[in-house]
Design a binder for this molecule. Structure first.
Ligand code: FES
Ligand code: CO
Length: 324
């Protein structure tokens, strides 16, 4: 898979924080096999390849904070430098070339993130995550056989709610979407509040109008917030996706609530899985598989302004991965 220059300057979600414990693990990002491990200094990501004989470092272990290759036991410290070669006689020094290929790695918002360019880009902010007013629930991984921009755009699509998610996120009698604008200022792209009629937006059983705001944070990270104007209830979902292999995407999310949903974390995840399962066959069968960035291709409505803003954003950034 061709590595997209823009995405090399970004943080890409690799796994949930809870997926990475004492054992190193392998993740796949943009066709690259990557080993993640954790020690007292934090989390680390290397190319999952030992320079000695090409063994997968993820089959090894972490010993005294070093990543140990499973084949001949070479030990790598978190800078990527090999600091021990068991076969080497004591009077010989470790070759300077004995290094692992290091990537940027950080832990935020309940996930491990990898930066393939290893150039410390800025992470987008997710204020709900550290706000005691909000309960946050981690969702994912969910795999989709589609390219990332189609998956992200589906999440930004307000028009499908009353069709694909009829009875859950919309009602067949209320499919019209009123006009709204999308504002761009510097780093943020966000829609105005869009009125959506929902059968049961907060679990109380009462159908009502709620207001959706969509935000485009990064090419692979977007968010929406649902606001109930009567109660002040806020619910937001961060969607972040990783291109694993060509034509495959894995999605994760953070769901935040400032009110009591009356449901467990597992029930919230299950509901989200059900909603995602409704979107999946649509997204997996869209043609072309690449998201068209030429606005003359496909026919947009005014209610598609968020998707149009997303396409323009990808075009301006020069994102090539999964776009046409
Ligand atoms: Fe890793 Fe030999 S292949 S130590
Ligand atoms: Co949907």
């Amino acid at each position: 898979m061709v590595q997209d220059a823009v995405l090399k300057n970004d943080w890409i979600v690799a796994c949930r924080s809870t997926d990475l414990q004492e054992q190193p693990i392998q993740v796949m990002i943009m066709g690259e096999r990557i080993v993640l491990y954790r020690n007292e200094e934090g989390v680390h990501a290397f190319k999952d390849l030992c320079i000695h004989r090409g063994a997968a470092l993820s089959l090894g272990c972490v010993r005294d904070g070093k990543l140990v290759c499973p084949y001949h036991g070479w030990e790598y410290e978190s800078t990527g430098a090999c600091v021990k070669i068991p076969q080497l006689p004591a009077d010989q020094s470790i070759p300077a070339k004995a290094r692992a290929f290091k990537y940027g790695c950080t832990e935020r918002y309940g996930f491990i993130w990898v930066n393939l360019g290893n150039n410390e880009p800025e992470m987008f902010s997710l204020p709900e995550f550290n706000d005691p007013e909000f309960r946050c629930v981690i969702w994912g991984p969910q795999s989709v056989n589609a390219k990332p921009p189609r998956v992200v755009e589906n999440f930004l699509d307000v028009g499908h709610l009353a069709v694909v998610h009829e009875g859950y996120l919309g009602v067949a009698s209320h499919t019209e979407i009123g006009d709204y604008r999308v504002h761009q200022d510097g780093t943020s792209i966000r829609s105005e509040e869009i009125e959506v009629f929902q059968p049961d937006p907060d679990g109380s059983g009462q159908a009502k109008h709620v207001y959706y705001t969509y935000e485009i944070l990064r090419p692979l990270s977007v968010k929406f917030t649902k606001r109930d104007r009567e109660t002040g209830n806020l619910m937001s979902i961060l969607l972040t996706v990783v291109p694993t292999e060509e034509g495959k995407t894995v999605a994760y999310g953070v769901l935040s609530f400032n009110y009591d949903t009356g449901t467990t974390d597992a029930e919230i995840v299950e509901f989200q899985n059900m909603i995602f399962a409704q979107d999946k066959p649509i997204v997996e069968n869209q043609k072309p598989e690449e998201l068209p960035l030429d606005l003359q291709v496909e026919l947009s409505l005014k209610c598609d302004r968020v998707s149009i803003a997303y396409r323009q954003y990808l075009k301006e950034l020069g994102v090539t991965l999964g776009t046409a």
